[in-house]
Design a protein around this ligand. Structure first.
Ligand SMILES: [Zn+2]
Length: 246
């Protein structure tokens, strides 16, 4: 980690290169259960569009790591696997959206998670009269696929490589291919905790998804297959919607 920064200056990815002269692109709000690949798709879209990837999970972790006032407030809540209150989430996202690199749009990953956050965001964008379209994108995978994906993860604490015992197993069972360190499972990747997260998440996001279906352009894509083909599905749907609108 570099020198401590004020939370408002913290970004989840490297700042995107200067974009002042380029036209607005759009804002993508990513939805999907944990493990559906939101973070991966956010990174891909961010690269292709040249707009920042704003991951509230990353923002929270950075705040906790630096023990900012916000980080201290959320640490206990996160350790219990509970959701951070709307007021803190909105405060954190507001600080991030004020940065000038979001002028052409951004990819929001992990926000909004509740109806309160959703209506706050739309109200804020309306007040600002943003000139870009908003796309709500839901990446869909069955719960069994997701469970396998998450509970199969094994992590090397030395080189940080992640394996998956089903999809991407290490050559020698239980040990890292690169340095032979014993692999471990993150405490929140176990079946009981993942199922609890699914329930929490589905109950919260179902009304949020309904909210966006009627207020923004809504896209649903299948989350199976290679990363690139999921990105292609999202971009194709965005193009179709843009054509309809033009
Ligand atoms: Zn390793």
């Amino acid at each position: 980690m570099e020198s401590p920064m004020h939370p408002a200056q913290m970004v989840s990815v490297r700042p995107v290169r200067k974009t002042a002269a380029k036209p607005p692109v759009g804002m993508v709000l990513l939805f999907g259960l944990p493990g559906a690949g939101k973070g991966t798709q956010a990174k891909e879209l961010s690269k292709m569009w040249g707009v920042p990837h704003i991951s509230t999970g990353d923002l929270l972790r950075i705040n906790v790591a630096h023990m900012t006032p916000l980080g201290r407030a959320v640490k206990n809540i996160m350790d219990r696997g509970e959701l951070v209150p709307d007021s803190l989430m909105k405060e954190m996202v507001e600080a991030r959206l004020q940065k000038s690199d979001t002028a052409r749009g951004c990819i929001l990953d992990g926000f909004p998670r509740t109806l309160d956050q959703a209506s706050w965001l739309i109200e804020r964008l309306t007040t600002l009269r943003v000139s870009f379209p908003i796309f709500a994108v839901r990446i869909h995978l069955s719960r069994n696929q997701l469970l396998r994906r998450i509970t199969g993860r094994r992590h090397c604490s030395l080189c940080q490589t992640t394996f998956n015992i089903y999809e991407n197993p290490p050559k020698r069972e239980g040990f890292c291919d690169l340095d032979n360190t014993a692999l471990s499972q993150r405490p929140d990747d176990t079946e009981a905790i993942v199922k609890k997260r699914f329930e929490l998440d589905a109950a919260l996001t179902a009304p949020v998804i309904e909210y966006f279906r009627t207020r923004t352009q809504f896209i649903e894509v299948a989350g199976d297959g290679p990363v690139g083909s999921i990105t292609a599905r999202i971009l194709a749907a965005v193009d179709r919607l843009s054509l309809v609108q033009a």
